[in-house]
Design a protein around this ligand. Structure first.
Ligand code: LMR
Length: 396
C-alpha cells in the first residue's frame, strides 16, 4: 500500500536536535535548534507564564472551542505588541489578526490564503533563509525563489534591492523583521527606509516573519520593520511567535496579521483567513491564547515578562561576548567581530558542512550544517569547550 512512498530524510533542524538527545556523551553541546536555554542548559519556565497559567487554573473556566480566529483578548494584545498601542492601522480596523498555531501556523495559513486569492503569486525568500520557509509555501502550492541577502563578507543589500526591483507586481517578498534566521544579520533602519518605497513602487507584497521579537534590541525596537511598513501605508502580512519570547515552544502561541487598506477589506481578509483555518484545524488552542492574553494583558505579569525577556536577551549578548573572546584568544589572526554584531539567537560562523560534521562527530558540538549556531545554547559551563572545539576545527 505505501511502498511507493519516499523515505523522509528528516528535518535538518529538528532531526539534529533528536540526534543530540540520543548522543550519550556527557559533555555534548547543543547549538543546533533555535531554543533559548538558560545558564544551566534548561528551557526556562518564565515566572510570568507560570503565574498566567495559575490564574487560568484558578479561574477554572470551561474550555469551549475558541472562535475560529482565536482568543479576542490575545488577538488585541498581539496587535498592540506589534504595531504599538493605538497605532492608526489598528484603530482604523485595518488589521486582520488571527491567533495561530505558532508563527509557523500563521505562515502556513497566510500561504494557503495567498494561493487561494493570489494564485499566480510567487514567493521570494532571502538567500539563505530558515530551512522551512520554502517547504511551507511550496506545500501551499506556491512557487518559491530566492533574492540575494548574505555573502561571507556580510549583507548583500544592493543585490537584494536590484533583484526585488525586477520582480513582477504582486510577488510576495518574505522578510525577517528582526534577528534574521539563520544569519543574525538584519537590515538597518536606513536600509528598511530604502526598501519600503521599492516594495511600494513595484507593488510587491511584503510578508514579515517575526519569530524573535525581544531577542534583538527590545520589544519595540524589534518591531520597527512592522511599524515602518504600517506607517508607510503598505498592505502586508506579519506572522509572529511567542515560542521563544515566552519560552512556550510546545504551546504553539503565535499569530498572523494582515494590514489592509481599509476596514472593509480587513473584514473580508479576516473572513477568508477563518475559512482557511476552519478547513485545516478548525480553531486554535485555548490554552495558548489564554497564556498570551494574560501575560500581555495583566500589567504585573507584563512587567515581569518584559524583565524576564530582557534577562534572556542580556544572557545571549553575554554569551556572544564570551564565545567571541574565547575564539579570539585561540585564533587571534581571525576576525570574530560578526559574533558581536549579529543579532538575536543565531550567528553564521562560516563553518563548512564538513567542519560542522567534524564538530558533531569528534567533539559532540551540534550545529546546523549551514554553519548556523544558536548562541542561546551556550552557557558559562560549556562556552569554553565549544570555543575549543570550534577553534580546533577551524584551524584544521
Ligand atoms: C530554528 O530555526 O531552529 C527554530 O525556528 C526551530 C524550528 O522549528 O526550526
Amino acid at each position: 500500500m505505501f511502498e511507493h512512498l519516499d523515505a523522509y530524510p528528516g528535518d535538518p533542524i529538528l532531526g539534529l536536535n533528536e540526534a543530540f538527545q540520543k548522543d550519550p556523551r556527557a559533555d555534548k553541546v547543543n547549538l543546533s535548534i533555535g531554543i533559548y536555554f538558560d545558564d544551566a542548559g534548561r528551557i526556562p519556565v518564565l515566572a510570568s507564564v507560570r503565574k498566567a497559567e495559575a490564574l487560568m487554573l484558578e479561574r477554572a473556566q470551561p474550555k469551549p472551542y475558541l472562535p475560529i480566529e482565536g482568543d479576542a483578548a490575545c488577538r488585541a494584545q498581539v496587535q498592540a505588541l506589534l504595531f504599538g498601542a493605538g497605532h492608526r492601522a489598528v484603530a482604523e480596523g485595518r488589521v486582520a489578526t488571527i491567533q495561530a498555531v505558532g508563527s509557523s501556523g500563521g505562515l502556513k495559513v497566510g500561504a494557503e490564503f495567498l494561493k487561494r486569492w493570489f494564485p499566480r503569486a510567487e514567493v521570494w525568500v532571502s538567500d539563505p533563509t530558515w530551512d522551512n520557509h520554502r517547504a511551507m509555501f511550496q506545500g501551499a502550492g506556491l512557487a518559491t525563489h530566492s533574492y540575494p541577502y548574505y555573502a561571507p563578507d556580510g549583507l548583500r543589500f544592493d543585490a537584494m534591492l536590484a533583484t526585488l526591483a525586477q520582480l513582477p507586481a504582486g510577488s510576495v517578498v518574505l522578510l525577517h523583521a528582526c534577528c534574521h534566521n539563520p544569519t543574525g544579520v538584519d537590515l538597518s533602519r536606513e536600509q528598511w527606509q530604502r526598501l519600503i518605497p521599492l516594495l511600494e513602487e513595484r507593488r510587491l507584497l511584503p510578508y514579515l516573519d517575526l519569530a524573535y521579537q525581544g531577542f534583538g534590541d527590545g520589544l519595540d525596537a524589534d518591531a520597527h520593520a512592522v511599524r515602518m511598513l504600517a506607517d508607510a501605508g503598505l498592505s502586508f502580512f506579519v506572522a509572529n511567535s511567542f515560542s521563544k519570547s515566552m519560552s512556550v515552544y510546545g504551546e504553539r502561541c503565535g499569530a498572523l496579521s494582515v494590514v489592509c487598506p481599509s476596514a472593509a477589506e480587513a473584514e473580508r481578509v479576516l473572513g477568508q483567513l477563518k475559512a482557511t483555518i476552519r478547513a485545516n484545524y478548525s480553531s486554535p488552542p485555548i490554552h495558548a491564547g489564554g497564556i498570551v492574553a494574560a501575560v500581555l494583558g495583566e500589567p504585573a505579569l507584563r512587567a515581569q515578562w518584559e524583565a524576564e525577556l530582557a534577562a534572556m536577551r542580556g544572557r545571549i549578548a553575554a554569551m556572544r561576548r564570551a564565545l567571541h573572546d574565547a575564539l579570539v584568544a585561540r585564533l587571534p589572526q581571525r576576525d570574530f567581530g560578526y559574533l558581536l554584531s549579529q543579532r538575536g539567537m543565531f550567528s553564521y560562523t562560516g563553518l563548512a558542512p564538513e567542519q560542522v560534521d567534524a564538530l558533531r562527530e569528534r567533539h559532540g558540538v551540534y550545529l546546523v550544517r549551514s554553519g548556523r549556531i544558536c548562541v542561546a545554547g551556550l552557557n558559562t559551563g560549556n562556552v569554553v569547550r565549544a570555543a575549543d572545539a570550534i577553534a580546533k576545527v577551524m584551524a584544521g
